[in-house]
Design a protein around this ligand. Sequence first.
Ligand code: N01
Length: 536
Amino acid sequence: MGHQEKNLDVVIVGAGVAGLYAIHKLRGLGFSVKAFEAGDGVGGTWYWNRYPGCRCDVESLEYSFSFDPELEQDWHWPERYGNQGEILEYVNHVADRFDLRRDIQFETRVTSAQFDDESGLWTIETDKGDVVKAPYCIMATGNLSTPRKPSIPGIDNFEGDWFHTGQWPHGGVDFTNKRVGIIGTGSSGVQSIPLIASQAKHLFVFQRTANFSLPARNEPMTDAREQPHKATYRDRRKAAYDTPFGIAGYPPPTKSALEVSEDERNAIFEAKWQEGGSISFLYSFTDLLTNKEANDTASDFVRNKIRATVKDEETAEALCPNDHPIGTKRLILDTNYYETYNRSNVDLVNIRKDPIQKITSTGIETQTQEYDLDVIVFATGFDAMTGAMKEIDIRTDAGADIQKKWQDGPATYLGIMMADFPNLFMVTGPQSPGVKSQMILSCEQHVNWIADCLVHLRNSNYRRIVPTQESEQDWVTHNNWVADQTLYPLANSWYMGSNIPGKPRVFMPYVGGVHTYKKKCDEVAAAGYEGFELSA
Ligand code: N01
C-alpha cells in the first residue's frame, strides 16, 4: 500500500485557489511539488458550495488571480459578482491554462502529517494509503472548508432528504412541490433562501440569530465597468495591497459618522445602499467598526430598511439584528432576501423564541409546533479557520501536536507558521487577515511570501525554518490587542469560534488590515526572517 516519491520538495494540501497558486508559483521556481485534494476537481470553496444562489461577495474583477496580466485581460466575467458556477469555471480554466492538474492527486484526503527532526522530513499520509515525504508542507486547507451540521436530536430519523450548503450535490436539488425547512441565516442561508423559496411549495426558515444583509446589486457586466478596470488592472492590483480589505477603488472615508448631521449621514448610507456591496457601505465613515455609537447609526439605518421592506411587522422585527454591531459578523450581500418574506409560501420561524426540540421522521419539532418537511437544508456553517487543520493529525517527533497546540485557540506567527512545527506553512491561517480580505489576494500574498522564504532557504543552504516561541506569543498578543481596539469581539461569530459548541472563544482573524499586515510580513522577510530560527 502507498508509495513514496523521491526528491519531492513540497507537499501541498488542498487544490482550492491557494493550493493551485502554490503549485504554479513553486513549480516556476524549480521546486518539485505534489498536491492532494479531497474533491474530484479543483476549486475548494467553489467546488463544494454549490447551493442555489451561491455567489461571491467581492466583485468579480477583483476576486480573481493577479499573477498573470494576460489571464486577467483575457477572462471575461459575465456579472458584477461571480456566481459559483462562473468562479468554478474560471478556476478550472486556470488549472488547465497553467497545466496544474498533473501535480494534483484528486479524491484523496490527507489524514496525517508527521515531522521527523533527524531527517528533516514531513511524512504525509492519505486515506488512499499514500505515504509521501518532503522537507516542506503547505496547508492550503481553507478557512471555511469543514462543514458542520448541528447535533439536533433525532437527525438520523428524518425520512426526507437533507443537505448541507457546504456539501451540495453536484446535480443540484429540485425543490419543486417540496416542503422545505432551512436552518441557518448566515451568508449561505441568506443567499439560498430567495431561490429555494421561488421553487419550493413552502419554505420555513428556522432563524436563531438575525444577521445584517445588504443588497449586492448584482447585474450583468457592462463595458463601463469592465473596460476602465482592465485598463488600470496592474495599478489596481498593486493599490489593493495598500488597503485594509485588499480591494482597491474605494476611496477611504474621512469623517466620523458622528461629525455629520443625521440627514447628511443617512444620505451617505442611502447612496452606499443603492450602490450595493459591503466594502462601500462600511467605508461610509471612519469609525463604524471602532465606535459603538457610530456603528449604531449604520445598524439603525439597515434595521429601518428591513422594516420598510418586510410587510409583516412581527417578521420584520424578528429579522432585525439586535445582538451585534453591523459589520462585526461577516456582512452578507443578498439579492431579494428581505423581499422573500413577503411571499405567501415563506415563513420565518423564530427559534430563539421557540427553540427546535428535535428532528422527527417527518420534520422539525419546536417547543410549540411541528413542521412537516420533505427536505431540510443545513446552512449552519463551518468549523472555521482551525477546523480543517485540526482534522489532520499534525504532529512532530519532538512531541508537538496540533490538537494540544490549539486546544485553547490558535497560536501562530503571522498566520503562516507555528512554533514547534518546522517547515509547515499555512496559507491564510488564523491570525492573518485572510477571511477579512479579498481572499485570492491574501492567498497570493501568502504563497509569494512562502515561495520567497523557500528560495531564501535554498540560497542560504538552510533546510529548516520555525518561528520562535517568543515571536509567536508576541503575534498572538498583538492580534488580540488589535481586535480589542475594534467592535469585532462584541459579536458571537465564527471569527470567535462561537458557532461551534465547545470551541474556545478566541478572536481568530487579524483585523489590522491587509496593508499593515503585508508591510509586517515584508519587513520580517527583509530582516532575514526575523522571529524565525533558520538552520541547516
Ligand atoms: O455560516 P455562518 P455560512 N441551530 O456560520 C445557524 C462565507 N460565505 O455558511 O448565528 C440553529 O455564517 C447560525 O445561527 P447563530 C462568509 O465568510 C461567503 O452562512 O449561530 N441555527 C447561523 O445563522 C460567511 O460568513 C459567501 O445563532 C444554527 C448559521 O447557522 C461564511 O462563509 C457565501 C445552529 C450559520 O451561519 C460562513 O457562512 C457563503 C443550530 N444548532 C458563505 N448552528 C459569499 O461570498 C448554526 N446555526 C457571499
